[in-house]
Ligand binder design. Sequence first.
Ligand code: MIG
Length: 712
Amino acid sequence: MRKRILTIYLFTISCFGLSPVIGQTDKLIDKDVSIFYPAHYNAKENQPSFALLKEPKPMGNVPKNWKIKPDFYSKDGKTIVALPIAKGTDLYGTGENVGSLVRNGKKVTLWNTDNFRYLADKGKRLYQSHPWVLGVNKDGTAFGVIADNTWKQDIDLSDSIRFISDGPAFRVIVIQRNSPQEVIKELTKLIGRMEMPPLWSLGYQQCRFSYVPDTRIKSLADTFRLKKLPCDVIWMDIDYMERFKIFTFDKKNIPDPKGVNDYLHAKGFHSIWMIDPGVKVEKGYSVYESGSKGDHWVQTADHKEFNGKVWPGECAFPDFTRPETRTWWSGLYKDFMATGIDGVWNDMNEPSVFDGPNGSMPIDNWHRGGGNLPADVHLRYHDVYGMLMVKASREGILKANPDKRPFILSRSGYLGSNRYAATWTGDNTGNTDNMKLSIPMVLNLGLSGQAFSGPDLGGFALNTSADLFGQWIAMGTFFPFMRGHAAKGENNKEPWAFGTEIENVSRTALNRRYRLLPYFYTLFNEASKNGMPVMRPVFFADPKDTTLRKEQQTFLVGNDLLIIPKWAVNPIQPKGIWRIISIAGENSTTDKYQADVKLKGGAIIPLGNIIQNTTQFNLDSLTLMVSLDSNGKATGTMYEDAGDGFQYQHGAYLLSTFTAKQAGQKVEVKIAAKGGNLKPTGRKYKIIVVTDKGTVETGWTTDTKVSVKLPE
Ligand code: MIG
């Protein structure tokens, strides 16, 4: 009888989405994935889910031997979910964090905060919220927990996993799998994956607060080309606007925005321009006027237009919970993008409000919602404000340029915002500590479903020394998102700003990235298909090897490359064969800056040519670097497509496989097409076999079966 009632509850939830459930229930919703409901769960207070792509459907009962079970209770006016953890369990995830890769013992607050230099609350609340914990058991099996609510909450990992929310009772989803990789695949199946980004967004990007006037932007671009420092994107920060009014251009600094974009395009650059959420309250300013006319602003508790100070002065803030407001916001991008803008940077979207409580809006501000989204207080919608903003931005950009892949960088985010935007780790500092910190930060974002991220390379705040910049770019060249940035008033941080030595260090580092683009692109394709991060923790090499669990000075790119920055002291290395390779003529073993890059035994990676930007990208001549395993075998894959547009969704791509097998002193390498309709014509290959005694290299050949003779 009881079971039957539960089934009815769940049926009701899944059909109508909004019925309260009395009494704790649980159901299986996918293979090894269960959902647990607390007593007094009121769907209206938490649904629709922002994290989940779709409302889960019950498909059976939770198996009797299910291990990770939540306890629901409330205390001191807070709603709490606790999950015990077994000894020897290592915890990860929780999104963007300051501190160690392993999260055991840590507490974070999920309350998106404009946290300059990570100083407020010792960095325990940052720009993003990921109510998600990944657990890796002692034996290498793993689990993950999603706290499916958007209310202000803490994650407390001091002795167990606890989500402590200021909101009403909420449900949790638990994934149990054989490996952390399998958990991440399931997580991203539930929350969604990023779409294929445009190839140009994988190149090096140069930013500063701010490059103005237009002549400075142009000479910046010229310098990259003159010095043969590969670069794909120039970024325009807020000073391009007229008195910080979004969707305007300052007449003095940028008299001809289209001219700037045309100039950049002619030199093989793409351009990204900033748009903040705050709209200046000003009579006659078209964005404020049309926003007011459409009644698009977030309201105060007594339902008046809320105003707060940001860069332009007094501002109103779009209420992105309203479908009409998102449509209006999307529409603003049409004329903006028509000036030839390629990508958009949505900043300050926590939202940051200079004169508001804790640097944001009052928690009792009012969001009106609409569609299936209930009206509710800011306390509920704060952490998804930025996510809703970039969702609307993405729709607008896609509408303006329907044949191009949108690129958006968002500072704030919530579990699942990887569906709409890439991210960076906000306003870090130009010191060694922050450089090192960026590794665990980006790794945990990847372990929380956000594969496309990186820090401000070189450090945003404070002056950066030549040596630090050299170390940072040598390491940062292997991060998924690679952008140099600098705050207003700090020293110049372009690759040439520190003298010839560091300029040369930068060139080599950039050449390494550009040669690796076919490999990176393949990894981004993987992330778009199964959610695996591009940059991976070293313990992914062997989740059963508990000695690797804390390693955070070094990292993996994909499964096959191990990156060891020069400053790493006694890093723990995965067992097995890992051979140092030279990618762009460097010898990292004697170099002061270039990170050691080790290729896994058993792997084959594709390398392109040194180019100055991705408009020159081609695979007419492809180098395959082979590192055999102890059985004399190796394999690899490569994904390619047009690099932009959506034809790849209709078969216009090519997936190639590479295999190598040693027989006596010979290594036979085969290249085969595995999927997709593209067919390369006359592609030339060069094989490099990396052995313990050095490398063996073939000449160029169009044969797809190549035999390489190893030295005696
Ligand atoms: O209040 O647009 O994190 O990257 O350069 C600062 C100026 C506003 C914060 C961003 C930073 C950007 C800066 N912005």
